[in-house]
Design a protein around this ligand. Structure first.
Ligand code: S3P
Length: 433
């Protein structure tokens, strides 16, 4: 499947993008090991979160079929998961495999976790190291999946200084900590998304966060609860960029999760001159939520503040499209983590920008982009959903048609993207590759 995009257009209307992916994964994982029923609304029915759902069903957890984002999970308690009868296939999802490895390290049974071609290339040493220090036994294929996790390992709490700013690593260690003796604590080199900490608290599990040290004690109880998942700011980001770069745009994005560990995209786009208005700010289930109104504004290139990088890590491909349409030069540094996402996103973005005639220079930890007018061209996504959606938005300012090939992976995080984007004004049609 590919996206064919005619140049021009503007984005208008009022939309709600699908639910937050990070929170959707965690709602299933924590709901499964809680005592009693958890009711979820706003669940993302994308392939990644559905892979987590299927994996927990395979471990004996009763989970209703999601309907319009609503589902219920009959929690089995911390010790109630059952051995799956086969390998758990987590598809494209790094969050599933890394968080579940922590949670499964503490079970009494063995598990094997695998995934698609992209997942099989992603580094797992970053979770294997701390989990092994806790007493887990995990075999991998030279630091990549499949992961063989041996059950019946007694885990001990540790203190772990995260060498990379990664919410997946932090969460993996904390989830293993639920099964460990004593306290498990982590410190981060920079703040990363804190949905695990917030959601554990929502399940009545005590999480201490003092002077940058996050810790849990093992052996507590999670109590089933209600979770209202807001729209995913990472999905909203494509529309924020699209409306910012296309003259005449005026778009409202409803009920967007604005967790301060996730809102770097707003800070960065505003620094570039974007017109983003936040209204109806409220707290829903322990997470800040608001409506966003984005109107076209001429953008200028900036040096992206390094401290904003972890707070916008998944939105950087979209931000680079904004940079391509801005006046002047944008410099991104301190973003080496982009190299180990669903694709090497520095390389994928550089290749696509070059295809569209946008000058760029690659560094090991980032890229410099010289703003201009994107031409038309053919974009290769490297099976990466966020590369596909970012370049789709570039068509709003392109001089000629853009074809984005191999877009099936968009369904991992944003089912219905093409329809929603076309309804707001993107000149997009889906065709067979
Ligand atoms: C996620 C953490 C981030 C992010 C990913 C989701 C999470 O990954 O890129 O899309 O839900 O914890 P890293 O922990 O590798 O930075």
């Amino acid at each position: 499947m590919q996206f064919s995009l005619a140049p021009g257009g503007k984005l208008t209307g009022r939309i709600r993008v699908p639910g937050d992916k990070s929170m959707s994964h965690r709602s299933i994982m924590l709901g499964a090991i809680a005592e009693g029923r958890t009711s979820v609304s706003g669940f993302l029915e994308g392939e990644d979160a559905l892979a987590t759902l299927s994996a927990f069903r395979a471990m004996g957890v009763e989970i209703s079929d999601p309907q319009s984002g609503r589902l219920t999970i009959e929690g089995v308690g911390l010790r109630g998961l059952q051995a799956p009868s086969k390998t758990l296939d987590l598809g494209n999802s790094g969050t599933s495999i890394r968080l579940m490895a922590g949670l499964l390290a503490g079970q009494s049974f063995d598990t094997v976790l695998t995934g698609d071609e992209s997942l099989l290339r992603r580094p797992m040493g970053r979770i294997i190291n701390p989990l092994t220090q806790m007493g887990a036994t995990i075999d991998s294929r030279e630091g990549c999946p499949p992961l063989h996790i041996q059950g019946a390992s007694a885990l001990d709490g540790i203190h772990y200084d995260l060498p990379v700013a990664s919410a997946q690593v932090k969460s993996s260690v904390l989830l293993a900590g639920l099964y460990a003796s004593g306290r498990t604590s982590v410190t981060e080199p920079a703040p990363t998304r804190d949905h695990t900490e917030r959601m554990l608290t929502g399940f009545g599990y005590s999480v201490s966060r003092e002077k940058g040290v996050i810790s849990v004690a093992g052996g507590g109880v999670l109590r089933g609860t209600e979770i209202d998942i807001p729209a995913d700011i990472s999905s909203a980001a494509f529309f924020m960029v699209g409306a910012s770069i296309a003259p005449g745009s005026d778009l409202i994005l409803e009920h967007v999760g604005l967790n301060p560990t996730r809102d770097g995209v707003i800070t960065i786009l505003r620094a570039m001159g974007a017109n983003i208005e936040v209204s109806q700010a409220r707290t829903v289930g322990g997470e800040p939520v608001a409506d966003l109104r984005i109107r076209y504004a001429p953008l200028r290139g900036i040096d992206i503040p390094v401290e904003e990088v972890p707070l916008a890590i998944d939105e950087l491909p979209a931000i680079l499209v904004a940079a391509a349409c801005a006046e002047g030069v944008t410099v991104l540094r301190g973003a080496e983590e982009l190299r180990v996402k669903e694709s090497d996103r520095i390389a994928s973005m550089a290749e696509g920008l070059t295809q569209l005639g946008i000058g760029n220079t690659v560094a090991p930890d980032g890229i410099t982009v010289v703003g201009g007018t994107p031409s038309g061209g053919v974009i290769t996504t490297h099976h990466d959903h966020r590369i596909a959606m970012s370049f789709a938005m570039a068509a709003l300012r392109a001089s000629d048609p853009i074809i984005v090939t191999d877009c099936a992976h968009v369904a991992t995080s944003f089912p219905g993207f093409a329809e929603l984007a076309a309804n707001t004004g993107l000149r997009l049609t889906v065709t067979a590759s």
